[in-house]
Design a binder for this molecule. Structure first.
Ligand code: SF4
Length: 163
């Protein structure tokens, strides 16, 4: 099943997405994962309502002027475009699987920033294209070879790929 985490991984590194999709688990003690857990646990406790729905985990859900808002908490806006696609995938899944229309909100607690995400036609096409590309990738028998990218030094698969 295509999930939000898989979309995020795919847009960072296709090898990472393949490894995730094939349940090859990364190093659970990696400091980057720990940082993610801490931000996840300590941010926005007043309005946080984490919910899981088959292929998505939504950090925050609320209404604003009768519009349903899904919030996604992120460590840094350096990967804002990727975070936007991941959140748009949640909006797309809600609309197509449950008939629920919602807007998105990207939340960067460390930077005290919030960015609204609206699912328009262009974004929907981007999601559909990304899903197709992920399906093609994960049906391959082997992962793509590792490629050194700046993200490797933060990646929990680093030892797996490079030792
Ligand atoms: S270490 Fe680098 S090549 Fe390996 S999965 Fe992570 S990002 Fe991809």
């Amino acid at each position: 099943m295509i999930t939000g985490s898989l979309i995020e991984s795919f847009l960072i590194c296709e090898r990472q997405a393949w490894l995730m999709a094939h349940q090859i688990t990364p190093d659970q003690d990696h400091p980057y994962l720990e940082l993610g857990r801490l931000i996840d646990e300590e941010s926005f406790t007043d309005e946080k309502k984490k919910i899981s729905l088959e292929n998505m985990i939504i950090d925050l859900i609320k209404t604003e002027n009768k519009t349903l808002i899904l919030g996604e908490i992120k460590k840094s806006s350096k990967v804002q475009e990727i975070a936007k696609i991941q959140l748009a995938f949640y909006l797309y899944s809600l609309k197509n699987n449950y008939g629920i229309k919602a807007d998105g909100l990207l939340i960067f607690p460390k930077e005290k920033r919030r960015v609204r995400v609206v699912l328009d036609k262009e974004l929907e096409e981007k999601i559909e294209d990304t899903i197709k590309r992920i399906e093609i990738l994960i049906y391959k028998g082997k992962p793509p070879l590792p490629q050194k990218i700046p993200y490797c030094k933060l990646c929990a698969y680093r030892e797996f790929c490079w030792s």
